[in-house]
Design a protein around this ligand. Sequence first.
Ligand code: AP5
Ligand code: MG
Length: 218
Amino acid sequence: MATYIVLLGPPGAGKGTQAQIIAKEFGLMHVSSGDLFRENLKNQTELGKLAKGFMDRGELVPDDVTIAMVKDRISRLDCEKGVLLDGFPRTPAQAEALGEMLKGLGSKVDCVPYISVPAEVLIERLSGRWTCPACGRVYHEKFNPPTQAGVCDADGGALIQRDDDKSETVERRIRVYGEQTAPLIAYYRNLGVLAEVDGTQSIEEVGKLMLAAIRKVA
Ligand code: AP5
Ligand code: MG
């Protein structure tokens, strides 16, 4: 049966960083709703143009378009063995929609690692983040620097800083997370699938904690 894992945590907690390790380890497809929006934006699709305004303000893109986009992605053939969801669901309505969809497939959310990190640490992480737009690899100028500054270790591409990592947008994103996404901690705890992980440890240590939590169920 396919495995479905949801990575939960505030902006900058390390969802994307850990997803790269976990997806490989368990042979799952990494599906990041933020990356899907950024891809649409790059390709100038109608969805990308709609999402841009919300993303630039640090707000959530409306549920209906977000749910439709993720459903379409996870129903593709390359997601057959299961999916590692990063950044979705982010509202109770999205969580309900995901549960319904998986129920239709005879599946469910198997595990929700929740990476917990306090706000002041998040701001430092996001202000020093650099990303490879080609392969999605994530770096930090202090905590996880590339071998050569500004260049991706994996594909040699030029690294960029995300538009929504400006300090005022970051503060808004953290606030929106607290209001709209944090209720999912209790939601998944009630379903008995939440695994809280201390995200203030090093990248390697957080990775070990997450793998141990997921191995118990996946
Ligand atoms: P999205 O792209 O999902 O952004 P996010 O949730 O704000 O999360 P981030 O990608 O910023 O953080 P992360 O947890 O992946 O951290 P990372 O690994 O990069 O969403 C962007 C926007 O799209 C949203 O604001 C919204 O508008 C829209 N959107 C997306 N999904 C949506 C949805 N479902 N519904 C509605 N709207 C949606 O790490 C951060 C930095 O820290 C890196 O530099 C990394 O190197 C470093 N780092 C990581 N771990 C550690 C560690 N343990 N120690 C030290 N440094 C670390
Ligand atoms: Mg991310």
